[in-house]
Design a protein around this ligand. Structure first.
Ligand code: TXA
Ligand code: MG
Length: 323
């Protein structure tokens, strides 16, 4: 931990666990360190980074103005899987926010993440620790598979508890807020905490891209092609298999434990035992990476029910299926 903090202070990069996914961290106040991070991830410069703080006070000190709703949501969900997009203060270089006037801030819940931020003594900019567009890592092993020796320090904090990234929320004034990315905090939880979740962004077209960049159609993708099929339908599965060449090796990522052995599949992995969305989210990226290692021709993934945490899982699978 001490070595990792020193490396960050000197402008180096460190991979570390959070409760959502593993992050690749750089000193958020050091533009040169952040530039290294973009280069290593091969991430386009228009995609802004989330800045991680050890406490709400440290997070809000990076912002120019913190609306009441943001404070309320922070009290309800920090430390935890919520990112608030707020007006940026002068301490954060433009590179971090891709030139936007706003910054995404979050206080992660994983004790190792908070200890690292505290030991480094500064906020840490961290995207998920994967090459751009690929599946996010939820274990230290997955980080290694992405970067090999290119990252010297990977803090191993065990498998990520939540398994999907934080929910990115933009306060719109008063109690209104927009969800820019579904994630570990559900819409129902945001509403319960007092937010009125807007159905759509207040702008469209290029204005929308400016407000919510990084929302690419293709993302979170394994190397193996992935296609979505209807959940629990034998007919949909047979149809999808019939479309494949004779000797194709097809793996199935099912929502809950399959009811019977499907002999014609090369692999079958269930995201949860009983269809519990939290369990499915926690298993999602590891299950995708596991199937990806098998050298299959195709991964078929069942579409999750789009409610609760299922919404975030459905979002990730949809983007993983886009080529
Ligand atoms: O759970 C998480 O959020 C993980 C862990 C490591 O904290 N981090 C993560 O970072 O998912 P990343 O870089 O993979 O995704 C960050 C996304 C951007 O692509 C963008 O969609 C949104 O957060 N974002 C960040 N700053 C923003 C801003 N100022 N305005 C709008 N969206 C922003
Ligand atoms: Mg990411």
């Amino acid at each position: 931990m001490r070595r990792a903090a020193r490396r960050l202070r000197r402008g180096g990069l460190v991979a570390f666990p959070t409760e959502t996914v593993y992050g690749l961290g750089a000193d958020a106040t050091n533009a040169r360190a952040v530039a290294k991070l973009f280069a290593l991830k091969r991430r386009p410069l228009f995609d802004p980074l989330i800045v991680h703080a050890a406490t709400p006070a440290q997070a809000f000190a990076l912002c120019r103005h913190v609306p009441l709703l943001a404070r309320k949501l922070a009290r309800a969900f920090w430390p935890g899987p919520l990112t608030l997009v707020l007006e940026k203060g002068p301490r954060i270089p433009d590179l971090v926010t891709a030139g936007l006037p706003t910054v995404g801030v979050r206080v992660p819940a994983h004790p190792a993440a908070r200890a690292l931020i505290r030991a480094a003594g500064r906020p840490i900019a961290a995207p998920s620790a994967n090459r751009f567009g690929r599946t996010s890592p939820t274990t230290a092993r997955m980080v290694r598979e992405n970067f090999g020796r290119a990252i010297q320090i990977v803090l191993d904090g065990g498998p990520s508890r939540v398994g999907v990234e934080s929910t990115v929320v933009l306060p719109l004034g008063g109690k209104r807020a927009a969800v820019l990315r579904p994630g570990g905090v559900t819409k129902a939880e945001l509403q319960k905490a007092g937010a009125r979740v807007a159905r759509r962004l207040p702008v469209s077209g290029s204005g929308r891209k400016k407000l919510a960049p990084g929302q690419l159609k293709s993302h979170y993708a394994p190397r193996t092609p992935l296609a979505l099929i209807a959940r629990g339908s034998e007919a949909a599965l047979s149809r999808a298999l019939a479309r494949q060449p004779k000797n194709a090796r097809v793996g199935l990522l099912c929502w809950k434990r399959p009811r019977r052995a499907r002999v014609h599949l090369a692999a079958c992995v269930a995201l949860s035992r009983s269809g519990d969305a939290a369990e499915a989210a926690a298993n999602l990226f590891q299950a995708m990476a596991g199937l990806d290692r098998m050298g299959l021709d195709l991964i078929l993934a069942e579409t999750p029910p789009a409610k609760g945490l299922g919404e975030a899982v459905a979002d990730r699978l949809k983007k993983a299926s886009h080529r």
